[in-house]
Design a protein around this ligand. Structure first.
Ligand SMILES: NC(=O)c1ccc[n+]([C@@H]2O[C@H](COP(=O)([O-])OP(=O)(O)OC[C@H]3O[C@@H](n4cnc5c(N)ncnc54)[C@H](O)[C@@H]3O)[C@@H](O)[C@H]2O)c1
Length: 327
């Protein structure tokens, strides 16, 4: 039977690709989004929107959720303000929007006839535990969540995800509905915005920046190509074994420092500028790598796309974008 799916934040980086991915499988897709990200008011989005139901609404206003039907099989809650620069530039909005949108979607969901809801959390919710308390790497789901400095605006986002996880777990328990929480770990790919490290490096390579500035350098990340992120997200949503569970999504086959990431890109895209290493931003997380044994056990998921392959595909999209828009 055709599944009816609602994706909040479906015009965003992961949201639109999730919508396309599920649409290609024949699922009936509704996207709701307030289109607050200027980056994504593009041709790609406009073209695809013709194939799906699109509802423009602001999830921070509970009354606007009346525009939604109440019979979706699956609700993917992705709407949020995301992107490191926003955590520093407007932490009060990150907190307000992410928290109100999350509470409102839960208030709406608990009175609906929908089947299951999934919350997209982040490794930022536990990053302080790693940096301040020496948590394990690769990191399993049971790690305590924490915020190491309330006064550092960076943690507005991690805080909103931490509180979101608490709300989802407790609403689902109290109102007896099905839900899962996923914690994404550095997803990347084509059309993934400009506020993350991979698109930022790629655009600077395309523009032939020399010297090439890197803020930090020894920090590590493990990057997950978008098609792996999407497959994992659907597997978590559609499995009964993941009901009530928190599950890490990522690719831990290659944990890489920012300097090595830059050098890998220089080799792949044949541009070898001088490196200029600057201090890392305050609160920048030193290491990040998920333990993926739980998702493998529950759903069979394993990442398939390695970093070289993913970077090449991502580069092609950004090069094309740059040529058309000269961003
Ligand atoms: N990209 C990653 O690597 C990553 C990592 C961890 C967690 N996540 C989480 O996954 C989800 C999707 O991430 P993304 O990278 O696609 O983010 P994104 O910023 O590209 O997309 C978020 C979308 O939410 C929409 N939105 C924001 N406020 C809204 C509101 N009030 N009402 C309706 N829509 C609103 C935006 O317009 C945007 O289209 C987010 O919740 C994010 O926090 C992403």
């Amino acid at each position: 039977m055709v599944k009816k799916v609602l994706i909040t934040g479906g015009a965003g980086a992961i949201g639109l690709q999730l919508a396309k991915y599920l649409h290609e499988q024949g699922q009936e897709i509704t996207i709701c989004d307030n289109l607050c990200k200027k980056d994504f008011k593009d041709k790609d989005l406009k073209e695809f929107m013709k194939n799906v139901n699109f509802i423009k609404l602001d999830l921070t206003k509970l009354s606007e959720l009346k525009k939604l039907k109440k019979d979706y099989d699956y609700v993917y809650h992705l709407a949020a303000i995301n992107g490191t620069k926003y955590f520093y530039e407007m932490p009060q909005e990150v907190l307000r929007v992410n928290t109100l949108a999350m509470i409102n979607i839960l208030e709406w969901f608990k009175t609906s006839n929908c089947g299951k809801i999934l919350f997209t959390s982040s490794n930022e919710a536990y990053a302080s535990t790693i940096s301040k308390m020496g948590g394990p790497i690769p990191t399993p789901e049971e790690i305590p969540l924490s915020i190491d400095d309330v006064k550092n605006p960076r943690w507005s986002y991690g805080g909103s995800k931490l509180i979101g996880e608490l709300f989802f777990v407790n609403y689902a328990r109290a109102h007896k509905f099905n839900m899962s929480i996923v914690r994404y770990h550095n997803s990347y790919g084509p059309r993934m915005g400009f506020a993350h490290v991979i698109p930022e490096f790629l655009l600077r390579i395309i523009k032939k920046e020399n010297p090439f500035n890197i803020y930090g350098g020894e920090e590590t990340r493990s990057f997950c190509y978008i098609t792996d992120t999407l497959r994992a997200t659907q597997l978590v949503m559609e499995s009964n074994k993941t009901n009530g569970e928190i599950v890490h999504i990522g690719n831990n086959n290659e944990e890489i420092t920012m300097i090595d990431l830059a050098k890998k890109m220089f080799d792949l895209f044949e541009w070898h500028p001088k490196l200029n290493i600057q201090p890392a931003p305050q609160g920048c997380v030193k290491r990040r790598c998920p333990d993926l044994s739980k998702i493998k056990k529950l759903t069979g998921y394993e990442a398939k796309v390695d970093l070289n392959e993913g970077l090449k595909k991502t580069y092609d999209w950004y090069l094309d974008y740059y040529k058309k828009n000269k961003k």
